[in-house]
Write a protein that binds this ligand. Structure first.
Ligand SMILES: Nc1ncnc2c1ncn2[C@@H]1O[C@H](COP(=O)(O)OP(=O)(O)OP(=O)(O)O)[C@@H](O)[C@H]1O
Length: 480
């Protein structure tokens, strides 16, 4: 394990899985110098939360694991400059949030709200919207033009395009449009593309991360402008919400529910992205989940090798335009497409590494150099995201019981064993916590899940037949 992996592991052990997966699962190590550890997270909200609550601890853990004390710098990934063509209009000069030495000046839109000229006169919407949007900047590079389409994302892309290109005032066809995928597969890219394109069609579109929605609402409550806030949200044409899995808290949930209902009932377009299907958003009210599931739900699957290669080629072209002399031969791009994980972020990381090596050492990019440069970031393909629903379905079928049996309170042996096996698989194949699994298994207590997991774990050591059964089930679930 690298020092970074050990730091993550220790953090995980200290704060538990639920907190870790909410706050740290998407924190990445971007670089390490003698003085500084550069970390990045996808949103400002995560950044400020981690800075306020965990910076000293992360720094301590790093010192213990690497033997050297360093400053910890947390950056927001969406603000990281990447080599993509700038297409959008209405920009102003700003600076990315990276450390000063790495700060390229670039152009991004002033706010996350894209509005037609006529709408900019609407002062109340504007002020609330600019308040709201200050935490969710749009990246001008995330447009349909820069989104590469392949097998794994063609349906999501087509649906997003159709939604974005509908004429102002037209009745939405897919409403809400709900996109879900594991990390780095292009959800944010598609959502922001929708906002850009909808704005170009003359629609008032706003992009908010769930955290920004929560922050905006809490801030509005504090300044007694909650009604204006709600009104402003409800007067937009297209509401785009990213990372819905982070929406937590009863009041906020209710507010989101009202906003969603008001927009959908008013024929406004809503587009949402999350890391799971609506039914897995367990902290959300059942009515919200069913409303979200009632439009079009589309998954973005892991990027296939061909698609990875196409993305690498586009990224490389843009990099080569900015850095004269940076040449990556085709076999190296093919090697990267084969060896990197299935997320778009890994591809960016690999090319940036080649560029850094090339610029710092003047060594030309060859296969050998590339192998050496990216050896620490090569990962076997990201494990497939497993769903509790698939586990229930496959285990029930295997043991010839019904899904309802597994969720029921029945205690007959022919149901207890499959239920315990299913709980064990849910714990070992997903990132769900014990209480979450308990809720998915008919509202059971987490201690019941723990008992089942321990029992099956113990039996695996002695019961060969059970071990084989579990292997077969695991394979079937992974392939589901
Ligand atoms: N099909 C694609 N074409 C071009 N770039 C892509 C594509 N898919 C992903 N990417 C790039 O990969 C990176 C990660 O994508 P994005 O941020 O949209 O992922 P995400 O699904 O929102 O992940 P997360 O859940 O972590 O927020 C971005 O730089 C994005 O531009």
């Amino acid at each position: 394990m690298t020092p970074w992996e050990r730091v993550r592991q220790r953090l995980h052990d200290e704060i538990g899985e639920e907190k870790f997966s909410s706050w740290f699962a998407r924190m990445e190590l971007d670089g390490l110098s003698d003085e500084t550890v550069h970390l990045s997270v996808p949103t400002r909200f995560l950044k400020s939360w981690i800075q306020e609550n965990y910076l000293p601890r992360i720094s301590e853990l790093f010192a213990e694991e690497s033997g050297a004390r360093r400053r910890v710098d947390v950056a927001v990934r969406s603000a990281v400059a990447r080599p993509m063509p700038l297409k959008a209009s209405g920009r102003r000069e700003v600076v990315s949030e990276r450390s000063p030495e790495a700060r390229p000046t670039r152009t991004v839109p002033a706010t996350a709200t894209v509005m037609p000229a006529s709408a900019t006169a609407n002062a109340s919407v504007n002020s609330i919207a600019s308040d709201m949007s200050s935490g969710s900047p749009l990246d001008p590079r995330l447009t349909f033009d820069t989104f590469v389409v392949g097998k794994s994302n063609s349906l999501a892309h087509a649906a997003a395009r159709q939604v974005a290109e509908a004429a102002s005032g037209a009745n939405p066809v897919f409403n809400p449009l709900y996109l879900h995928a594991a990390v780095g597969l292009g959800k944010t890219h598609l959502l922001q593309a929708v906002v850009w394109a909808a704005g170009q069609k003359g629609r008032r579109a706003i992009y908010l991360t769930a955290e920004r929605f929560m922050y905006g609402f809490v801030a509005a409550l504090k300044t007694h402008s909650a009604i204006a806030f709600k009104d402003a949200l409800r007067t937009i044409d297209t509401l785009v919400i990213d990372d819905l899995q982070f929406l937590k808290g009863n009041n906020l949930q209710q507010e989101f529910c009202h906003t969603l209902n008001a927009l959908l009932d008013g024929g406004r377009q809503v587009v949402v992205a999350a890391d799971c299907v609506p039914s897995d958003l367990e902290h959300l009210d059942e009515r919200v989940r069913s409303r979200l599931a009632g439009g079009l739900v589309v998954e973005l699957a892991p990027l296939e090798e061909d698609l990875r290669l196409q993305i690498l080629k586009t990224r490389y072209q843009a990099l080569a335009e900015q850095h004269a002399g940076f040449t990556v031969p085709a076999p190296v791009l093919e090697f990267l497409a084969r060896s990197m994980g299935q997320s778009g972020r890994d591809l960016d990381g690999a090319l940036n590494k080649l560029l850094a090596f090339n610029q710092l050492t003047s060594e030309p990019v060859t296969l050998e150099m590339a192998e050496n440069a990216i050896k620490d970031i090569i990962r076997p393909c990201d494990p497939k995201r497993v769903r509790v629903d698939d586990i229930l379905r496959i285990v029930a079928k295997h043991y010839n019981v019904s899904r309802a049996d597994l969720l029921s309170q029945r205690r007959t042996a022919n149901v207890v064993k499959p239920r315990q096996v299913a709980m064990f698989l849910a714990k070992t194949l997903t990132l769900r916590s014990l209480p979450e699994i308990g809720r998915r298994f008919g509202g059971r207590d987490h201690t019941t899940v723990l008992h089942a997991v321990r029992k099956i774990d113990r039996l695996l050591g002695t019961d060969r037949a059970l071990a084989d059964e579990i292997e077969v089930l695991k394979r079937a679930i992974q392939e589901a």
